[in-house]
Ligand binder design. Structure first.
Ligand code: GZL
Length: 320
């Protein structure tokens, strides 16, 4: 009888330990290592804010690192997250190439990786669990379609200067690709100059000054891969004595607050939306991963296009 009592007590004790550890496991705080590109644009600032506030909301411990737009700093940060044995790593790769080695190290350490915002060109798709972010090619197509539609009613050549994003980055490569795919249909539209402004206002202004010096009044359109470069270019256009949107049609991407302000001032013609508000989606993906769920390989953010005619009406609703 005593023996049976002993077995029952041991079984109850074992059961309660397993319950407790199971509950403890279930309550274990998820630790995420996030490597952010930098703070190069309004978009990036809003993206960082979204990730930090969503982590707090989700009760996820966030180890956040800012790489100042340098790939080597992102690689260092990912290695540090691996050494700290975080539960999940997420990052926005500043450029598409050069990630396989460090992603293999994360895979060996059995730490899942989520790509947010920008893609990598790794052929081995087991190196990351999912990629969530915009379709940059489609953003470029939207810019191209808007311009083709606009010039239908205007005779003559349409000379475009293009401010590209960071060299080698997914948004720069894809926004160029999508735009060129569409404007092919209208031979009057020609890209006469194209150079990187690295997604910043300062560089956008500097390169636009050079475009104006070289091409002057030949320029009919500016296509900027983000609003910050467009805003820098608007300053250069005004300093050259020209009227932005009147003398030079301006198309840009992101739809940040600064773009709405420029459109309401009549200085920017259209901004294609590229939402930085990826935080909530990222945190819910991390929780699903930790709960053993399978994530879709690709999660695309839904986006719109805002011509200046709707800017004043839409501006109060904007969240970034
Ligand atoms: C796009 C993002 C780009 C923005 C820029 O998802 O990677 O980087 O368009 C930002 O404003 O710098």
């Amino acid at each position: 009888m005593n023996k049976l009592r002993g077995v029952v007590i041991a079984a109850v004790a074992l059961f309660s330990i397993s319950l407790h550890s199971g509950a403890a496991l279930a309550q274990k705080k998820i630790v995420m290592g996030f490597s952010q590109i930098g703070a190069e644009s309004e978009w990036r600032t809003a993206n960082s804010e979204s990730i930090k506030s969503a982590a707090k909301e989700a009760g996820i411990e966030l180890k956040f690192s800012d790489a100042q737009q340098k790939q080597e700093n992102q690689i260092k940060a990912i290695r540090s997250f691996i050494a700290q044995k975080v539960d999940v790593i997420a990052f926005s790769p500043v450029v598409e190439s050069g990630w396989d080695t460090v992603l293999r190290e994360a895979k060996t350490a059995k730490i899942p990786v989520i790509l947010t915002d920008r893609a990598v060109d790794s052929k081995d798709t087991t190196l990351y669990t999912t990629f969530m972010g915009s379709d940059f090619v489609e953003e470029g197509r939207k810019a191209g379609r808007w311009l083709v539609e606009k010039v239908k009613s205007q005779p003559g050549d349409v000379n475009v200067v293009e401010l590209q994003g960071t060299v080698g980055s997914a948004p720069a490569i894809d926004r160029k690709k999508g735009f060129e795919e569409i404007i092919k249909a209208e031979p009057r539209i020609k890209i006469i100059r194209s150079q990187t402004g690295d997604f910043t206002r300062a560089k956008g202004k500097e390169v636009m000054e050079a475009f104006l010096k070289a091409e002057g009044k030949k320029i009919n359109v500016l296509y900027a891969h983000n609003d910050d470069m467009a805003i820098g270019a608007i300053q250069a256009i005004e300093e050259a004595g020209l009227k932005p949107s009147k003398d030079i049609t301006i198309i840009s991407i992101d739809a940040v607050k600064g773009a709405f302000e420029a459109m309401m001032a009549g200085k920017l013609d259209v901004s294609i939306e590229c939402s930085p508000l990826l935080g909530p989606q990222l945190m819910s993906a991390a929780k699903d991963l930790m709960a053993g769920k399978t994530l879709p390989r690709r999660i695309v953010t839904e986006e719109s296009i805002f011509p200046k005619e709707v800017a004043a009406k839409e501006f109060p609703k904007r969240k970034y």
